[in-house]
Design a protein around this ligand. Structure first.
Ligand SMILES: [Zn+2]
Length: 188
């Protein structure tokens, strides 16, 4: 990097620190002693999406995020869930090492993600992405979801609302209450 003041080709690094995903270097010109700053950043690998009509378009996280957001609108998802989903898919895409990915593959990845997050969002996304033209296709998707839900065992992270111990405790308390309600026999 040439000195911006005198154009000399060499400088020394006097300070260097990591900033978000890059390195900031404070330099001093070896000729005129002027100080200047350079930033070193990793050049993101270009990722292109192959559209259905064969056109190539640079992958846009924002565009994907907009699609996911729309599908998840007004759904009871914890804040940050949608962004996390987009992050996960983006990371997966870049880690695949491919430079071109069909839009259908990305669509399927979003579908898979939404399926695990929220079924209504999943159906909304599918209706746009799969371009449902009739109610039969929609019904097929819903039926698949329903049958998957009935056969799936509850995920390990999900605890029953009331554990057997809790239920037992409630029952006990109920009995105690019943006893208290019994009329007290008058001594006589
Ligand atoms: Zn200089």
């Amino acid at each position: 990097m040439d000195c911006p003041y005198c154009g000399y080709h060499d400088s020394k690094v006097i300070d260097s620190r990591n900033i978000n995903e890059g390195i900031r270097r404070r330099r001093q010109c070896l000729k005129c002693d002027s100080r200047f700053t350079t930033y070193e950043r990793l050049q993101p690998v270009g990722l292109f999406v192959i559209k259905k009509d064969e056109r190539r378009e640079e992958f846009s996280r924002d565009k994907m995020l907009t699609g996911i957001r729309k599908a998840c609108e007004k759904r009871p998802l914890p804040s940050g869930t949608v962004d996390q989903a987009a992050d996960d898919i983006e990371a997966e895409l870049f880690h695949s090492g491919k430079t071109e990915i069909p839009s259908t593959v990305i669509g399927d990845m979003v579908m898979e993600k939404l399926k695990s997050l929220d079924h209504i969002a999943y159906i909304r996304f599918a209706s746009v992405y799969r371009d449902f033209t009739d109610i039969t296709t929609l019904k097929e998707v819903v039926d698949t979801l329903v049958s998957a839900e009935s056969t799936a065992s509850p995920s390990p992270g999900q605890l029953p609302l009331l554990s057997p111990e809790n239920l037992e405790g409630l029952a006990r308390r109920g009995r105690v209450k019943d006893r208290a309600k019994q009329p007290i026999k008058s001594r006589g």
